[in-house]
Write a protein that binds this ligand. Sequence first.
Ligand SMILES: [Zn+2]
Length: 313
Amino acid sequence: MGYAFGIDIGGTTVKMGFFQKEEGLLEKWEIATQKGNDPTVVLEDIKVAIYACLERHHVSKEDVEGIGMAAPGPVTEGGLLRGTVNIGWGDVYLGKEGERIFDISPVYIANDARVAALGEAIYGAGVGEKSMMLLTLGTGIGGGVVFDGTIHVGSTGVAGEIGHCTVDPYETAPCSCGKYGCLEQYASATGMVRVAKRFLAEEDMPSVLRDKENLTAKDLWDGVTAGDPLSLMIGKHVSRLLGITIANACYVVDPDLVVIGGGVSAAGEVLLDMVIAEYKPQVFPHSRGKKFALAKLRNEAGIYGAAALVFTV
Ligand SMILES: [Zn+2]
């Protein structure tokens, strides 16, 4: 006993992790995601990968405690995955389908950002903390709130969607969610580039960013680290939106730890320090010492969190 699979289903690849409860991650690998409207195609591919792995490790399926899966779409507490735009699926009870196809139970399913938060809470930056809130700054902004080793899903599955908190109700460009003025539009990797381009057009001060052909969020934070004045101005602007939104979320959930992850978090302490500096004035004085950390598990957070769905039940 004591084995589990942690599976992170993404738009291009499915990340697979084979875990043992005490020993942790035993093997990780990836398979391609076959896009299309039929989730059973992907589940059949995962099944082949699972059984091949069990054979490699001479483990029988009876010794598998369960399978945890993360998927890139909203998931209700009842396990209904509500549409997965970047793969092409409609509504599906993916856990139940998984149990039927894999012939292994139970199969748990949760939103990928929420699962990453659970992974960080149990195996990463949140070890030893009672509660944690994660923001992943990538192409979009994902997030999740974990209390006592459990993801808080919420009644409609949006708890933790920090990236879609409105920070500018007067925005005229739509967010990927269809709303206007979401945090993600300014503080995700793509959002930061958008803000940077706006500053570059509006300000005429010289900047290292002006020479960049395909400006990236990394260029921006490299500029901040190098002390480029315009980069600092842009960095402060996006950090303020992050700090305000984190503070607003803290007035509701007040976690022991706030973790920042995703590709942009590779900028490191400079990003974290600027966000903390903008967070502090937004909260009561006794809340200003809140712990912040950078995510530790990077793109393995999903498989760890998916395994935790099994092990922390
Ligand atoms: Zn949005």
